[in-house]
Ligand binder design. Structure first.
Ligand code: GLA
Length: 723
């Protein structure tokens, strides 16, 4: 139902005429972001926090603290959102209110505040999209150059928000390959704290462009004031938090300005990436729930569609396979109930066969030796087993040992002047700022999908950063556009593929979790959270990832034990219990499983099919953190109507008898009774109330005693509301 609730018209400000609107109120159900237009016609942020319905007296309160979009040259000396070299060569910019508009439709309030430099024809439009039910606000900025000539954008942030509190605690997520999204929480002290990357591609491998900022004190999961934020951008980003001696925190987030001067010709516009925030007065978990609900509905591709169960060939076969081996894997996968078989790296290249990571990347023709009957033969086989078929690509990259590198050396990102090309995983990056390269990269997937229309899943990988900065396509004056134009080029390829192949599932992988952000997630259905598939390590990674990105998008695979990355041995049950917390898949050679294990896997997959709507569409509550010293981890999922609950509990240490093992559930209907049943095990139970009725109130307040004592043990429970 399309319902236009309010339309607030533009108020054009003319010198000397009193403003009709002094307040711009961006609002959701529970939050308010309020701006005031001062008598000096500057726009200030007044409040971002709980919803304030009645604004009587706001004009006399005198508690504004920061300009809505601070610019270099505005008279302040803190971090800025905007820095421009104008057409006349000058660098000061001072922005004033010009007009604003606001409308609400279908639960979304859209606001634009238009600012203008007081001397030059530079316009800055601040966009706010408030998702009212989800309590999420999206912000971006459009700069319009109406000056006499080209201007140079030195910095243009997506958002500038200010806070005032006694103290600030910043939770952020960092790591490295196979070690992504490790949670860190620190107190911010005076000065600038910056979370950023200068790697250009695979940008979320070391730090993620997301954070939770707690105000006043460290927020708990269920208590305290928190702003959660995530930038939707696959290129370089910078999230800066500047705390001053007046206890103010100015948060400037967006594209990293590092070596990124961007020229804007007369009449051109520049649109920044989206910054997504959610304020919660009730702790961190609520902010995550808000983001997950928003993502499933408005950002993620097909966020309302159940995700199929995948068996990916990588850890089961690596580069060594032929059709026979793959078909054997398909036999085992189908027997266990897998729904899509995905053929990973190693299937292409003839002059330079892709038999290892040193050759063939770029030559996307089926390797005739390994697969003489081609891809369709594999698809036929998968389909005969009742499965769909997917395939791995890494189209942004090239091995120097490839026909592509021989044919198009000018397509490669390079430092110019014949400097040495720095290799990473033996490969180089193609220059996506070049439209011809964009067409090639699009064509790699387009060819696969037109020649093999039954391919229903693409795993899109990217295994290096940008480093060899330089482009043969961009002019000398525009070299600094490379960071931004690369990210925009990639986005346009993704958009074309989404448009042409709306039914094909896309996974964003970049050596594991190198592309976990909400821009890629507009075009992809899921991400590969990490190459590290050790279930204990995954507890830490998934815990971090799921602060911002929902379980439905978190690909999690059961692999072989001992684990290939860490050597740790775990039971198949533990591996399943961890992988079932996301989009369940497998990544092993089914023949390596014993008969009993196949039986277990089959039953677990069948169960997952039954409960996956709760995991993939439900609200996720973090109950016990794997980062705490206790040695437990626990989460529960609750369906929208609170009827169905899945509880997952893990132990990763040895526990003495006396140690705490009580899990308090969250999000249940307090007055309802729930029938609890332990699932995914052999009939034995780790609780005293198995198959009993217990009230939601008791489960949330008194908690459930789960008897897990040994390291790497787990228990999963299904709870059903009984009327
Ligand atoms: C990357 C991915 C893996 C796998 C390999 C193949 O490391 O993260 O999942 O696809 O590449 O080379």
């Amino acid at each position: 139902m399309i319902r236009l609730l309010i339309i607030v018209v533009c108020f054009v400000c003319a010198i000397g005429v009193p403003l009709k609107a002094e307040v711009v109120h961006v609002e959701t159900q529970n939050t308010s972001l309020i701006f005031q237009i001062g008598k000096n016609k500057k726009v200030y942020q007044f409040h971002y926090g709980s919803h304030i319905g009645n604004l009587t007296g706001i004009d006399k309160m005198n508690s504004i603290f920061n300009e809505v979009y601070p610019s270099f040259g505005n008279g302040e000396s803190n971090e800025v959102a905007l820095m421009v070299t104008h057409a006349d060569g000058t660098m000061a910019t001072d922005l004033y209110y010009n007009s604003h508009s606001q409308e609400v439709a279908e639960g979304i309030q859209s606001t634009v505040i238009r600012l203008k430099d007081d001397k030059l024809d530079l316009f800055v439009n601040l966009h706010f999209k408030a998702y009212m039910r989800e309590d999420v606000i999206e912000q971006w900025v459009v700069v319009e150059n109406n000056e006499r000539n080209t201007i140079a954008l030195q910095q243009v942030a997506s958002s500038a928000l200010g806070f005032k509190a006694e103290s600030y605690y910043l939770t952020h997520f960092n790591g490295s390959h196979s070690h992504e999204m490790r949670l860190t929480e620190e107190r911010l002290v005076n000065g600038v704290k910056s979370i950023e990357t200068k790697r250009g591609v695979r940008t979320t491998e070391y730090d993620n462009p997301s954070f939770m900022l707690s105000l006043k004190e460290k927020a708990a999961e269920d208590n305290g004031e928190v702003i959660a934020g995530a930038l939707a951008w696959s290129g370089n980003y910078k999230l800066a938090f500047e705390v001053d001696d007046q206890e103010r925190c100015q948060m400037i987030t967006g594209i990293n300005p590092f070596a990124s001067t961007y020229h804007l010709e007369k009449g051109e516009m520049f649109k920044t990436p989206r910054m997504i925030t959610s304020y919660s007065a009730n702790g961190k978990n609520q902010a995550s729930v808000n983001l997950h609900r928003w993502a499933r509905k408005y950002n993620l591709r097909d966020g309302d569609k159940i995700r199929p169960i995948v068996l990916n060939s990588w850890e089961g076969a690596y580069f060594s396979f032929d059709a026979k081996r793959l078909k054997e894997m398909m036999d085992g996968a189908a027997e266990m109930g897998v729904e899509i078989f995905v053929l990973d790296d190693g299937w292409f290249g003839n002059k330079y066969p892709r038999n290892n990571a040193r050759a063939g990347l770029g030559d996307w023709q089926v390797n005739k030796k390994k697969l003489p009957k081609g891809i369709d033969d594999l698809i036929d086989y998968a389909e005969s087993k009742g499965m769909q078929f997917g395939i791995w690509v890494e189209p942004e990259m090239v091995n120097p040992k490839s026909e592509l590198a021989e044919k198009h050396p000018e397509w490669i990102v390079q430092r110019m002047n014949d400097r040495k090309k720095l290799l990473e995983r033996n490969q180089l990056l193609l220059d996506l700022s070049n439209p011809k390269v964009q067409d090639f990269v699009f064509g790699v997937v387009d060819d696969i999908l037109t020649n093999h229309p039954r391919v229903s899943y693409i795993k899109w990988d990217a295994n290096r950063h940008l480093e060899n900065f330089g482009s043969t396509y961009l002019s000398n004056e525009r070299q600094s556009h490379l960071w931004i134009d690369y990210a925009k080029g990639l986005e346009s390829v993704f958009a074309r593929l989404k448009e042409k192949y709306p039914e094909v599932i896309m996974q964003a992988c970049a050596s594991g979790g190198g592309r976990v952000e909400y821009d890629a997630l507009q075009y992809t259905h899921e991400f590969w959270a990490s190459d590290n598939t050790d279930p204990y390590e995954r507890l830490l990674i998934q815990w971090g990832t799921n602060h911002f990105y929902p379980a439905i998008a978190t690909a999690a695979h059961v692999t072989k034990s001992p684990n290939h990355q860490t050597g740790r041995q775990t039971s198949l049950k533990f591996r399943f219990d961890v992988a079932m917390a996301g989009r369940l898949g497998m990544e092993l050679r089914p023949d390596d499983l014993e008969k009993e294990q196949v039986k277990f896997a089959k039953a677990a997959i069948e169960k997952y099919k039954e409960i996956r709507p709760i995991i993939q569409f439900g609200d996720l509550y973090r109950l016990l953190s794997p980062y705490d010293a206790d040695g437990y981890a626990a989460i529960n999922y609750v369906s929208a109507d609170k009827s169905d609950v899945i509880l997952m509990v893990y132990s990763h240490k040895h526990h003495r008898r006396v140690e705490r093992n009580v899990v308090r559930l969250q999000g249940l209907d307090r007055d309802a009774n729930y029938l609890i049943e332990e699932i995914n095990n052999d009939g034995r139970s780790h609780i005293s109330v198995n198959k009993q009725l217990v009230s939601g109130g008791l489960l949330m307040d008194r908690g459930l005693k789960v008897n897990l004592r040994k390291p790497l043990q787990s228990a999963v429970f299904q709870l059903k509301k009984v009327n």
